[in-house]
Design a protein around this ligand. Structure first.
Ligand code: ZN
Length: 119
């Protein structure tokens, strides 16, 4: 079983959630980042499941195509959720003014501090 950074974040969220419930208070963490990590971890699990089904099909001649189609649809659905989450994160990115180094919203055309054109 491989253990990567996404699993680590996913586990960390579980621990934080339990701690929050215990303390009866909200925990401040970057929700979108953690959601994306969970989605990536789930997608990896689905790919592993798909690989296992494929392997089993070749090993035993069992017809796993029905199960494989379900897993493939799960991956498609998770991938589109991840794309949406990525868009949400990208929307929060900033444009830094070359002249005064002020960080502006990514959709700004001019710096809010010095008025220079942003690229
Ligand atoms: Zn500026």
């Amino acid at each position: 079983m491989s253990y990567n950074f996404d699993n680590l974040i996913s586990d960390a969220k579980g621990i934080l959630d339990k701690a929050a419930v215990k303390a009866g208070e909200a925990v401040d963490y970057s929700k979108t980042q953690i959601d994306r990590a969970q989605l990536r971890a789930k997608i990896n699990e689905k790919y592993t499941e798909l690989g296992r089904l494929c392997f089993n099909m070749h090993e035993t001649d069992a017809d796993e195509t029905g199960k494989m189609k379900i897993v493939i649809n799960d991956i498609r659905s998770l991938n589109s959720k991840l794309t949406e989450a990525d868009k949400a994160v990208n929307a929060k990115k900033t444009k830094t003014c070359k002249f005064c180094l002020t960080k502006n919203d990514a959709d700004s055309s001019f710096c809010t501090k010095c008025g220079e054109k942003l690229f």
